[in-house]
Write a protein that binds this ligand. Sequence first.
Ligand code: SF4
Length: 405
Amino acid sequence: MIRTILSDRLQGKTPTKDEAVRLAAARGEELAALLEAASTLRDRHKGKTVTFSPKVFIPLTNLCRDFCGYCTFRKAPDEPGAKTMTLAEVLAVVRRGKALGCTEALLSLGDRPEAIYGEMKVFLAKLGLKRTLDYLYEACKVVLEETGVLPHSNPGLMGSGDLRQLKEVNASLGLMLENVSPRLMLPSGPHFDAPDKKPELRLKTIAEAGKLRIPFTTGILIGIGETWEERIDSLFAIRELHQRYGHIQEVIVQNFRAKPEIPMRDHPEPSLEEMLKTIALARLILGGEMNIQAPPNLTPESYPLYLRAGINDWGGVSPVTPDFINPEAPWPALAALHEKTAAAGFTLRARLPIYPEFIAQGEKFIPSSLVSYVERLRDADGLVTRELSPKMPTFESAPREALRA
Ligand code: SF4
């Protein structure tokens, strides 16, 4: 049965939801066949190139009005580590990243903190603003105009007006769907106290971005209490939005990690097998042309196996981190990523925060305000020009510490 489903998929048929649930039960040889089918589909459409985005991470504010059970990012204003960055701080970090080859500024922030925190209202009022999303626009604009590094923002729910404004200063935007199940918002669920995690609101933001032709990143978070059916429903929901608007540029499959400081500290983490199966199902459900990404840093020991399950992108990798050794040496994680990707038979290439297939569609997906910025950084394949890409070490010459991470 499983082999028939897989063979049909390789001939271009999408599995039904029932077939996908059947595939999720694969074990042993059937699991190996599932991974092989996903891998074959990826190779057929993406070849042997695996991408990553050299990025600088900008936590514009870690204040947030939601309280997701798995979150380590959010802070209340009086908690140690609570921080809203000034524009000068943002620019300083982006300039440091640019000097090291970053072409993406990922602006990540909590959802509508001004709705519950007077401190955020005061911060915004001093700038003549009312909403954090307006401050985000200002930050993206200054990053783009002063550095030429391409912003990609991930600010939570956005309305149509927000999307329209942010599109002018972002190469792409993102919002994780997380999961389409409203059950996760019930008491004791991870999204009980997170009004912005209502699935219908998240689907609406993603659909509005589609109407505005914004290249869009979304994804699912696995292991937060969802069932296999709900996970599969979420992948189908993303598929349907992409079929309608053609704007989903990548889908992230992210695994929940338990940490001592979160409410879900005792919740079991998804196994590696679960992660591999979910990636393979995402590949089969979303098709060979979709860019599928899984973060290597959340499974540091085993992430090369994700290549066997059908991913073609590692997401953002930043050389501007606290464990950065020195500007002359390659960032350890990048060197290791390069080595492990090559060992699996793939070539690692740097991409922009807008994927080549969207660049190729020109002004359909890139506003005229951004065209010259993208053109400056891209090569003929729509990837980062090799002159600008962070230098990858040859393994013989890389510093020993660079290869250890
Ligand atoms: S929306 Fe949830 S995951 Fe995102 S910052 Fe707020 S609490 Fe954290």
